[in-house]
Design a protein around this ligand. Sequence first.
Ligand code: NAP
Ligand code: ZN
Length: 351
Amino acid sequence: MSVTTVHAYAAPAPKAPLEHTTVPRRPLGEHDVLIEIAYAGICHSDIHQVREEWGEGSFPMVPGHEIAGVVTATGPGVTRYATGDRVGVGCFVDSCRECADCRAGEEQYCTGGGAVMTYNGTGRDGEPTYGGYSTHIVVDENYVLRIPDGLALDVAAPLLCAGITLYSPLARGQAGPGKRVAIVGMGGLGHMGVQLAHAMGAEVTVLSRTLGKREEGLRLGADAFHATADPATFERLAGRFDLIVNTVSANLDLDAYLGLLGTGGTLVNVGAPENPMPVSAFSLIGGRRSLAGSMIGGIPETQEMLDFCARHGIGARIETITADRINEAYDRVVAGDVRYRFVVEAGSFAG
Ligand code: NAP
Ligand code: ZN
């Protein structure tokens, strides 16, 4: 079977509300799988891109890179997946496969032309890519993840971006017993970070604007929870952390947060705000501190993260909506009014 036209929700132009449309999906190639999407998460990156906060976008734009569903057909050469398998797709759907990064399983950093992003990108066939706010998607099997049986598809969808974006810097930063880790911002990414760092065995502190999410933060595994609106927080916690992961979607005073690192500590920035953030050299020199960045994770690491989540019973805390509520959900995400990830039921993309 080959699907050529599928239902989707798209922004027809920059900053425009999303609306029902149809988009083409290519016929199944040798190594392609057809996925019937069950759920698509709403990531703040979807909003940044629809609103062109990262630069010019490609329109119509069908966002969605937190995709969970079921394989309904496979190309003749597919060996990794079969009809009925529960699978996920994250932020990219192809890459050069030949550069050092691709060979190392870090396809997101592909230097052979860059990874093909799941949407707002151009496939290696020259066609625009359309994301997960859709009923079906066709993806090369090498860029598809297996969702373990223990994970429900709705709570698994956000793991494909929010989960891996926190898992990678936490695992690489050796979050574990004896490590003091702070997660800045408890939104979609941050609430995954709290659960993952706790499951890795680290001592976890949440730094949120207010104490409004404190109870939930502690339930998710935080050992401490502080309000960043209170200047005393920065005095009390000075020099405390080994690793800080900043998930905030807006500009922060990075110098203030670097001051919370102990000697040799690292602040990994994963938030991607529209504007540059200044840093004083002295915030880094004093205490030999590092400021780093991290982007999602490669295919092997994403599978490792999904298996880790299944083993530890970790999923996203979600609010499930239908497609007609996406525009309202975008405004609520920007306003910080989401506990903690919106997930769209994909059947509702049909209109
Ligand atoms: P989100 O659900 O909106 O969460 C962001 C959190 O940041 C909010 O819940 C809030 O936490 C805090 N925040 C928001 N505005 C703030 C402000 N003006 N000042 C201080 N804190 C503020 O967004 P998300 O989906 O988790 O994404 C977060 C960021 O990561 C976005 O910029 C997104 O594009 C980026 N991202 C990066 C990667 C990557 O690979 N590096 C991957 C995915 C997303 P509190 O209410 O707790 O303060
Ligand atoms: Zn994302």
